[in-house]
Design a protein around this ligand. Structure first.
Ligand SMILES: [Zn+2]
Length: 511
């Protein structure tokens, strides 16, 4: 969360059905699913997508619509995932990898773009029309340029197969379930706040779409000279990372975080290997892996949360912002997600708290202005850890009828700034979360200068192993206690029985 900006509109429209133009390539091999085959029949007479050989059933009339939709959504997606990571050299490096792949795609002239997003979440996203996002959390897990190229090529495959268009065409807002707020909402600002969030982008692809993206990705990366084997090795690392995170959070190892790439891109190493065979891509004569150049590029990169945006601590339960000097806790069963302009606490049921910053002289004044005509009762004063706050119930429109919410405004330490909480739940369910929302409200506090300065960012450092170094010594600099060894081995592709070799480069995480 960073200081406030004007809210943005978020409504997608999708046009009637149409098809991509272009000739078919290897259609036989790429018709992977019954659904795709059925769609081809239903739209007999439509032209085929040259990447998949499949008729489009995206609901968009041509690739130009993809380009417009992608351009419109890209800034919003980046905003939800921390904005671009401020390192022009690293951004340029990611772009150079994309540029090597693009000439080998069926759509080399799309306005292709890749951005490294400033979030510790491990994932990659493709929007229609060639707009790709890779997170710095994902960059930290890769160990070679070929591994990163494999992810970018896979996302490029989603773009050329027009999977994102199929997915987004289904309606970003519809994915938010019952909390779809209509234009009739009393406060448009409240509606904007509630109706849009990172979760709109994390809906998973189907397994058939994943297979198709892998197949295309293997072709693109092989044609660009990269070792396609890297796609399988990196997927293994990503799976191990998801399992380690689950173990550290006390969850079942198979319980993958909804924001992780393993949840949104459901793949297995076996399926990737199958795709490698199906792709029948010629293996490059001297396949590029580029391990050391890659590690040198990412050395020094932020790891975990960026203190400038606030940190999520305590297994996703506590939000601390050392620069704004505020902290609050999420209730049981809620999960905190830190966007660039707001933090949300989300419950699987759809109940959520949305927290952001705004200008305001006093909480009373800011609350009255914010709630506007959505206010559904009298504002009351609250004292939150000694801070004077104000709250009012609000009524918001949703597709399933009016939804009860509660708005709370508390002062931020910086003069003229307030912190706003909007608590919402699916229709008829607010009472079930009332107590949880209350606890979250009363957990809000200001940090002392000492507490704030104690919060230091972690960085990923690449170092060369000396003869006397041991895994225990090197991993002792990391912040994961009992999990230091696991994290060190995960970051460096070392099996439990593997030792270190003098002279090799290794990643460590340290302050
Ligand atoms: Zn995918």
């Amino acid at each position: 969360m960073t200081p406030p900006r004007p809210p943005h509109g978020s409504h997608l429209h999708h046009a009637g059905c149409g098809c991509a133009a272009g000739g078919g390539l290897s259609r036989r091999r790429l018709l992977l699913g019954g659904a795709a085959a059925g769609a081809t029949l239903a739209l007999a007479g439509c032209a085929q997508n040259p990447a998949t050989g499949r008729s489009s059933f995206t609901g968009f009339s041509d690739i130009g619509d993809d380009v417009r939709l992608g351009a419109q959504e890209y800034p919003k997606l980046l905003e939800e995932f921390g904005g671009p990571y401020q390192d022009s050299r690293l951004q340029g490096y990611a772009d150079a990898i994309l540029r090597k792949l693009v000439p080998f795609t069926e759509f080399p002239d799309l306005p292709w773009q890749v951005t490294v997003a400033n979030t510790p979440i491990v994932n990659a996203f493709a929007l229609p029309g060639g707009k790709i996002t890779i997170t710095r959390g994902l960059l930290a897990m890769a160990s070679s340029e070929a591994e990163l190229a494999g992810v970018v090529a896979h996302e490029v495959g989603h773009v050329t197969a027009r999977h994102s268009a199929e997915r987004q065409g289904a309606g970003l807002l519809a994915q938010l379930g019952v909390l779809v707020l209509g234009a009739a909402t009393g406060s448009s600002e409240l509606a904007n706040l509630a109706g849009y969030g990172a979760q709109a982008y994390i809906k998973g692809y189907s397994r058939d779409q994943e297979m198709e993206a892998d197949l295309l990705g293997v072709r693109y990366m092989s044609a660009a000279g990269y070792d396609p084997e890297a796609m399988a090795t990196f997927l293994q690392t990503l799976g191990d990372q998801a399992r380690l995170e689950a173990r550290m959070a006390g969850r079942d190892p198979g319980d993958v975080d909804a924001y992780n790439i393993m949840a949104t891109h459901p793949r297995s190493v076996d399926r990737v290997r199958q795709a490698m065979q199906l792709a029948e891509a010629a293996r490059p004569p001297a396949p590029v892996v580029a391990r050391e150049p890659y590690l040198n590029e990412i050395s020094g990169m932020l790891f975990g949360d960026d203190p400038e945006q606030g940190l999520i601590l305590d297994r996703g339960r506590r939000f601390v912002h050392p620069q704004l000097r505020i902290a609050f806790d999420a209730p049981d069963g809620f999960r905190l997600v830190n966007g660039k302009s707001r933090v949300t606490a989300q419950h699987p049921s759809g109940a959520a708290a949305v927290v952001d910053l705004a200008r305001g002289r006093t909480p009373d004044e800011a609350l009255a202005r914010w709630a506007g005509r959505a206010a559904a009762g009298r504002a009351e004063a609250l004292a939150l850890n000694g801070l004077p706050a104000a709250t009012v119930p609000v009524r918001l429109d949703s597709r399933s009828g009016p939804v009860r919410g509660q708005a709370v405004v508390a002062p931020a330490p910086a003069a003229g700034t307030v912190v706003r909480f909007l608590f919402i739940a699916p229709a008829g369910q607010f009472g079930r979360y009332d107590e949880a929302f209350r606890r979250m409200t009363y957990s809000f506090r200001h940090l002392s200068a000492a507490e704030a300065s104690a919060v230091q960012p972690l960085r990923l450092i690449v170092t060369r192993v000396e003869a006397a170094d041991t895994i225990r010594d090197l991993s002792a600099r990391m912040p994961y206690g009992a999990f230091n060894d696991d994290w060190f081995r995960l970051l460096n592709d070392l099996a439990v029985t593997d030792g270190l070799q003098a002279g090799e480069l290794v990643k460590i995480v340290t302050q």
